[in-house]
Design a protein around this ligand. Structure first.
Ligand SMILES: O=C(CO)[C@@H](O)[C@@H](O)COP(=O)(O)O
Length: 237
């Protein structure tokens, strides 16, 4: 039984999706990585959260080969792997179809940074990656979903904007750990709801004052990050 600690962390993170109201049926999955061992653990595909256990999580290598687990890995596994393969700072990935964030994704719109709740976790708007082309859908939808997200990422500062929407699909979030990734997925859904309501009240609302965004983001994430650029490694806490 490989990486039991990671299995448990990924199991607990998947259970937290339900706890925080991020999923209906099985519309969400969490994974985690042990980079020293080169192993990824992910939720099994289509399995109800009530039926999950650390033991039935699926263990893969970074190429996606199943090393342990009799169940099929999440259908989004290739997307998770693209993020791990290209972004060393990422330790956990979440995908959900949480309703408000999915509405922004279906509309093809980035979630604007309108207030300090957003600024505490995201150093700017939450991008919406473009819709995939016919060819990208036909060849490898899940892997290409990860690649279109990379079009928006500066690999060195993926933790400054720890999540993104994918047009015609839904949100992805990430973090230093599976638990942190779930936290960011909750924030995406909450600020998606807040932004939706804010724009209903005032369609002409402007984005948060830059100095206030910097103050709130830097207060939580360290002083060595600058708007749009961050240090070559995640900011010291
Ligand atoms: O995006 C979708 C479905 O549109 C999937 O993420 C969702 O059904 C979860 O799939 P898995 O059960 O993780 O294979």
């Amino acid at each position: 039984m490989l990486v039991m600690a990671l299995r448990t962390a990924v199991y607990e993170a998947n259970m937290a999706l339900q706890q925080y109201g991020l999923v209906t049926f099985t519309w969400g999955n969490v994974s985690g990585i042990d980079r020293e061992l080169g192993l990824v653990v992910i939720k099994p595909s289509g399995v109800a959260y009530a039926d999950l256990s650390p033991e039935n999580m699926v263990v893969l290598n970074l190429s996606g080969d199943v090393l342990e687990g009799g169940l099929k890995p999440s259908s989004d596994t290739a997307t998770h792997l693209v993020l791990y393969q290209n972004c060393p700072a990422i330790g956990g990935v979440v995908h959900t179809h949480s309703a408000a964030a999915t509405a922004w994704a279906q509309a093809g719109a980035a979630i604007p940074a309108l207030g300090t709740t957003h600024a505490d976790y995201f150093f700017g708007d939450i991008p919406c990656a473009r819709a995939l082309t016919d060819a990208e859908i036909a060849t490898d939808y899940e892997r290409n979903t990860g690649l279109v997200m990379l079009e928006h990422l500066t690999v060195d500062d993926v933790l400054a904007i720890p999540g993104m929407l994918v047009r015609e699909h839904a949100p992805f979030a990430w973090g230093e750990t599976p638990k942190n990734a779930v936290h960011n997925a909750v924030v995406i859904e909450e600020v998606a709801k807040m932004a939706l309501n804010t724009l209903l009240i005032n369609p002409n609302v402007r984005r948060i004052n830059q100095a206030l965004l910097n103050k709130h983001y830097l207060r939580k994430h360290g002083k060595n990050a600058y708007y749009g650029q961050t240090s070559s490694k995640p900011s010291e806490k």
